[in-house]
Design a protein around this ligand. Structure first.
Ligand code: AMP
Length: 190
């Protein structure tokens, strides 16, 4: 099964993806994480994207699509991917469907973690002390949330039309969310 974990920045997508990947033997594919590795390793790509990421804007669709194709194309990951932080706009959602089709795969489930802006601000500020991410400060967090509302949220309609979408209350505790998500995945696996 391939699944998308969806939600605003700070919704808990990374935490839940890690849990799901361990429990169901899937592979977490976080585009944000892959981009941060480029910056950390001081690659040419890293130098191009660091100011964009630190300001809270999205990097170009081409860059992220190339990164994810490297995984989708490998047999080891076939039907085992959790897309965390991708797609971030409608164009990426369409690209993802095309790419998966090219490698004879599809999306089986989209989990939407819904969380209020106040909770997001609180979580991002807490995470700043743990993960020391350059884009985890209040000003950039608000910008990322606005980008989510304008570019990313419309993708939900796209998935809703294909009946893939399941809403999860992202305000609940980590364990409660784990339980809810596991139930959804089990029911889909049948
Ligand atoms: P994340 O770790 O998912 O919160 O992503 C951190 C940052 O990486 C975002 O604010 C964007 O600048 C960039 N990024 C991650 N995924 C994408 C994507 N699918 N498309 C464009 N930019 C992305």
């Amino acid at each position: 099964m391939n699944l998308v974990i969806f939600g605003p920045p700070g919704a808990g997508k990374g935490t839940q993806s890690k849990f799901i990947s361990n429990r169901f033997n899937l592979h977490q594919l976080s585009t944000g994480e892959l981009l941060r590795i480029e910056i950390k390793n001081k690659t040419i790509l890293g130098s191009k994207i660091s100011s964009i990421m630190n300001s809270g804007d999205l990097v170009s669709d081409d860059i992220v699509t190339t990164l994810i194709e490297k995984y989708i194309s490998q047999n080891t990951y076939k039907n085992r991917l959790i897309f965390d932080g991708y797609p971030r706009n409608l164009n990426q959602a369409i690209n993802l469907d095309k790419l998966l089709k090219k490698y004879d795969q599809k999306i089986d489930l989209v989990l939407n973690l819904s969380v209020k802006l106040d909770t997001i601000k609180k979580r991002i500020l807490e995470r700043r002390f743990q993960e020391k991410r350059a884009d985890d400060n209040e000003v950039v967090a608000i910008k990322r949330f606005k980008n989510y509302e304008s570019s990313t949220k419309p993708v939900l309609d796209y998935y809703n039309k294909s009946n893939l979408l399941k809403d999860v209350n992202g305000e609940a505790s980590i364990t409660e969310i784990n339980v809810e998500i596991s139930g959804i995945i089990e029911s889909i696996k049948g």
